[in-house]
Design a protein around this ligand. Structure first.
Ligand code: GLC
Length: 538
């Protein structure tokens, strides 16, 4: 089942929140050694999940005010997570098993604690002044313009030392770097080169479309209706500037200097066109970019079918989709998409969709166990967004709790009190228990991943929707060199009929959420309530 396509097209990426995956030294923080100890779970053992790459949440030196997305030294590994030696060992251990390693690179902003920023804010004529975006206010107590930070409030923070404002697209302790300064651009590309030379296989690029802002600081046009002020602006001047697309090209040139590397961008936007734009012609910008439209869809077959079709219709010819349902910023899909008694069944249908669509799927650690969105008590919260907006429940800690390895104390994640408490569900929902239960969600993921490995059509094949289904069903055919696979997903809690394409002698069931099924000799197929069924054309 070998293929000559690159790993980032055929493989499955597993996102690891490093602080929460496995603690090897008993300090309550997940670390790089912990990941090494757990590689058997991911790849290379008889019952491994069988993923192809891991994406590590930020591991650079950080005050950890925003989960490491606040870097204070780009060339260092944060001591919470280990040492440079640990990273080298992790790279070697992963590569030995054929696992690629992607690092999270935060190029848009640094921490306020980065020495560059200390220098920059120290005086108006400091050589690093222009490394960040400083401007005068328009009047006393009036910021330079009306741009808003993604989280809340003005995106400008007044700094008394020099009487100017600095720009921060995200939180005030994350000042934006000034990418218009050639020294900054050069330095950031150099940082990418540094890690590629170390042997990392690519990057997840944080806020890729935020690197540049409009040179003239033009205000954004307004929208009439929005649920919060940030969304009441159309972000045409503070995000998604043409220069950021050029930066994607520059980064691609750097990556292309190293064989087999890949760039995957977080394109944070409500315009799906932006996601596609960052792929360029499919060969000259990023390899993959996040398609936010997909995760914004509620539990509806029509919604997902529409979202997928949009991307299929708009991708450049050499472009490749990338799908995910969970990450460190989202409420976990088991809770978000599941309602009461339906959560488990939906999680199975969602997994089948994620792992059989045309594109590269990303699994977020614990998703395969059905880890729910955890309720982290206020006094234990870490996420600044969650703390600021308590009790609105918008915080991200609930999706970042320790990986649930076993039913032991702290879910087998650590011997010490973890940095965030393990979710209570760990007692039943953990790797050990689910491994022993052939009907568990974890084993469903394993089956799907195995099937994906066995079938080129699922990894590389074309996608075409099966149109004549009821609104409850999302169904499609994946096809590659005569191998044809049908995927039928019933989103509803009632039976649904599907009419498969004609001219097939037998549709042979490969996998179903509902166990064994006889083959189908005609085109009519009746799906059970919330059934995911995968068939082979014979
Ligand atoms: C990205 C990250 C998010 C972080 C933000 C600021 O959206 O995914 O976790 O808080 O950027 O870096």
């Amino acid at each position: 089942m070998m293929s000559d396509r690159p790993w980032w097209k055929t493989g499955v990426i597993y996102q690891i929140a490093v602080p929460s995956f496995a603690d090897s030294n008993g300090d309550g923080w997940g670390d790089l050694r912990g990941i090494i100890d757990r590689l058997d779970y991911l790849q290379g053992s008889a019952d491994a999940l069988g993923i192809d790459a891991i994406w590590l949440s930020p591991i650079n030196a950080t005050p950890f005010a925003d989960f490491g997305y606040d870097v204070s030294d780009y060339h260092a590994v944060d001591p919470r997570f280990g040492t440079m030696r640990d990273l080298e060992d992790l790279l070697a251990a992963c590569h030995e098993r054929g696992i690629r390693v992607m690092m999270d690179l935060v190029l848009n902003h640094t921490s306020v604690e980065h020495p560059w920023f200390s220098e920059s804010r120290s005086s108006r004529d400091n050589p690093r002044r222009d490394w960040y975006v400083w401007r005068d206010g328009t009047a006393p107590h009036r910021p330079p313009n009306g741009w808003l930070a993604v989280v809340e409030g003005s995106a400008w923070k007044y700094d008394r030392a020099t009487g100017q404002y600095y720009y921060h697209a995200f939180l005030p302790f994350q000042p934006d770097l000034n990418w218009r300064n050639p020294e900054v651009r050069h330095e950031m590309l150099d940082i990418a080169r540094f890690w590629l030379e170390k042997g990392v296989d690519g990057f997840r690029l944080d806020l890729m479309n935020f690197l540049y802002e409009d040179e003239h600081l033009r205000d954004n046009p307004r929208r009439r209706f929005a649920i919060r002020p940030y969304l009441a602006q159309k972000h045409v001047h503070d995000a998604s500037q043409p220069e950021s697309l050029e930066a994607a090209k520059d980064l691609r040139r750097v990556a292309d200097g190293f064989p087999g590397r890949a760039l995957m961008g977080e394109v944070f936007t409500d315009r799906p066109e932006d996601c596609v734009a960052y792929l360029g012609d499919g060969t000259d910008r990023l390899h993959l970019s996040f398609y936010l439209d997909f995760i914004r869809r509620g539990w509806s077959a029509v919604a997902f079918r529409t979202s997928v079709q949009w991307l299929e219709d708009h991708l450049p010819e050499c472009g490749w989709p990338c799908y995910y349902l969970d990450n460190h910023d989202l409420a976990r899909s088991h809770t978000r998409l599941g309602v009461g008694g339906n959560a488990e069944a939906r999680a199975r249908v969602a997994a089948a969709m994620l792992l059989t669509l045309r594109g590269t799927p990303i699994i977020y650690y614990g998703q395969e166990l059905g880890m729910p969105q955890s309720r982290v008590p206020r006094r234990l919260m870490r996420d600044p967004v969650g703390k600021r907006f308590w009790p609105l429940g918008v915080g991200r800690d609930g999706a970042r709790t320790p990986m649930q390895w076993s039913g032991e104390r702290h879910a087998g994640f650590s011997e010490a009190e973890p940095w965030l408490p393990a979710d209570r569900s760990f007692v039943e929902r953990n790797v050990e228990a689910e491994s022993e239960d052939s009907a568990s969600l974890l084993n469903w993921y394993r089956k799907l991943l195995r099937l994906r490995k066995e079938r080129l059509s699922l990894r590389e094949g074309s996608y075409s929707a099966i149109e004549n289904t009821s609104g409850d069903v999302f169904a499609y055919i994946r096809e590659h060199e005569g191998e044809s696979t049908a995927v039928l997903l019933n989103f509803a809690a009632r039976q649904a009929a599907v009419r498969l394409p004609e001219g097939v002698a037998e549709w042979h069931p490969l996998l179903s959420t509902h166990g064994e099924r006889p083959g189908l000799t005609g085109p009519e197929c009746l799906l059970a309530s919330q059934e995911a069924l995968i068939l082979e054309a014979r």
